[in-house]
Design a protein around this ligand. Structure first.
Ligand SMILES: [Mg+2]
Length: 235
């Protein structure tokens, strides 16, 4: 199956990157409790991105620390907002899915280079484990009055498989936005338009969390949290 939003890449190992559609040039600042406008300039693929590098990095203490710090900062941003806006009922958290709440390393460990068709086979098995810090944060947020919306670069034709994986992992949410099947816009365009749609419904997005800068730029969130991912990058 050909996926129309997979753009060609000189480096096939970053194909998903380009598939699920900006690199991170902010290595001096690994923690991102920052407004989305901060990320506007960071649209360059970072060095050291690829299957082998990313899988090795994901086993490091640095990765774990970077990951948990970002999630903790997201929770702190929610707590701050709750304190400053007592009685608000329109709060929301937006989260990406792949490498944000679902861990696709079991797939990446089987291949040297990213292959969309094989990735689809993996996704359709609906067996990606959860990334526990994020899953726990989203559960906490929902129990504290935040609606949880997933905004993913996965195409619509993977909706059922994605829902099955959410159910299997016990992840509750309030909205699931996938990329339309024939949509060739950049991830930034698609995702920021969805966040606008969510805010137009009346929600205030307090935290937007994702593993790609392209999950975060484009506005419509008070706070952004960038999770680490050196396996691939999405523009
Ligand atoms: Mg992702």
């Amino acid at each position: 199956m050909k996926n129309q939003f997979v753009r060609s890449s000189k480096n096939a190992s970053v194909g998903l990157a380009v598939a699920l559609s900006v690199g991170l040039a902010l290595s001096a600042c690994p923690v991102f409790a920052l407004p989305a406008s901060h990320f506007e300039a960071a649209i360059k693929q970072p060095p050291g991105t690829g299957n082998a590098e990313g899988l090795a990095y994901a086993k490091s203490e640095e990765y774990k620390k970077e990951f948990s710090t970002a999630v903790d900062d997201g929770k702190k941003a929610c707590e701050k907002y709750l304190k400053e806006h007592p009685g608000d009922t329109n709060m929301a958290v937006v989260a990406d899915i792949d490498e944000t709440v679902f861990d696709n390393r079991p797939y990446f460990e089987t291949t040297k280079e990213f292959d969309w068709d094989k990735f689809v086979v993996w996704v359709e098995q609906s067996k990606a484990p959860s990334l526990k810090p994020t899953a726990d944060f989203l559960d906490w947020a929902r129990k504290n009055g935040f609606a949880v919306f997933f905004v993913t670069g996965r195409p619509e034709n993977l909706r059922a498989a994605t829902i099955r994986n959410m159910v299997r992992n016990g992840i509750a949410y309030d909205g699931l936005y996938l990329r339309p099947n024939d949509d060739k816009r950049s991830a930034i365009e698609v995702k920021s338009a969805v966040r606008k749609q969510i805010e137009d419904m009346g929600f205030k997005i307090v935290v937007n969390i994702g593993d790609q800068v392209s999950d975060l730029v484009g506005g419509y969130s008070v706070d952004c949290e960038k999770l680490p991912n050196k396996i691939y990058f999405v523009e």
